[in-house]
Design a protein around this ligand. Sequence first.
Ligand code: PMP
Length: 434
Amino acid sequence: EKEIIGREAVAAKRKQYFYPCTQHFYRNSPQLVRGSMQHVYDENGKKYTDFFAGVSVVACGHCNPAITERTIHQLQQLQHTTTIYLTQPNVDLAERLEKVLPGELRRTFFVNSGSEANEGAMLLARLHTGRKGFIALESGLHGRTNLTMSVTGLSMWRTDKYLDEDVTFIRRPYDPELTPAQAAERSLEDLKKVLEEKGDTIAAMIAEPIQGNGGMILPELSYFRSVKTLLDQYGVLLIADEIQTGFGRTGAMFAMEHFGVVPDIITMAKALGNGVPVAAFATNDDIARSLNTPSASTFGGNPVSAATALAVLDYIEAERLPERAERLGAKLREGLLDLQRSYPGTIADVRGAGLMLGAELRAGGAAENAALTDEVLEEMKDRGYLIGKNGVGRNVLAFQPPLVITEEDIGGLLQALAGTLARILAGAAPSADV
Ligand code: PMP
């Protein structure tokens, strides 16, 4: 086995060989060397309970043997071919997805990442409608290829100066100053206006059912039904980006189920492979026929990724992870709301669904809010809990753990968070024993 080099050496190599833009969350980032279900361990054997799951990826737990055994078995049987040959794992996976996908969505195209799935879905929408434009939501995130970045509404992720200009953003169905119903109504008014103006030039609207990086934005439950009705009037497709929300996290297999809406295309990635790259976009028979260009992905649907995703779906079903996410999510939400009652000026909002929850922090202006969030993240890490952050102002604590966490883990997290907030707000130095 390769010797583990210390975290300083890893940080130095990263600085020397990666692009300088590489993101950091922590002042002192741990080097993670091992994972087991809801836990990861650093080079010194310190255990962390993971409430971030690599941004919703490791939903079934780190190195879950029920999954990795099947990955390893497939690696030893047949690792790679191209789609010109017949192989069983990818057709089994497509058949399996058809059973969990809503409505008539029964055709699946396999790719490797979320960006690629959205890019494929958007190409499909253009081919199907013969139109070029897109509608997207402010503060949405859809990827880092040119087209997916073009529909991304978070400025920090819009780094290309030459983005596609045929994208119209509408306001998101959330505003701290408005009720959810008012915010949804305002977003729908924006949508109506765009459709009236140029609906016949628009291929699709792309949206996350619950925005992840945008700050855990759960719209009013009638919102997407109204969106779909409007889009249908203009022959504009709805692409649901379920890359972060899919596969049980929000308490349903796909988050669009909460809204009672069947989108025209669903994109998925992240949790589908539980850490192995696999992504896909799915649609109905009619729309699928429009992808008439020769389209093949070298790695899309490879046997190893497909066998892994099959094991993931088996595990989600056997362990009833969507129900678990709903039940444990309610506990976590209750605890966060309790904390909000203790610190009403600091925790401005608690929101999300299932085990995709956010707590927005406030400390003053934008810079103070972001600084407080970073401080909480750092101390929680030192106390043995990995959480995330997101939101337009980077001031929303993100809780999106593996769905296999327990009530005890949630209790521990809440206690650590209470201790962290108490310590920071009292302005005391961190105690040595955290
Ligand atoms: N859509 C959503 C909702 C995402 O959260 C992400 C990644 N954070 C992407 C798309 C892009 O996925 P990937 O990084 O796999 O390309």
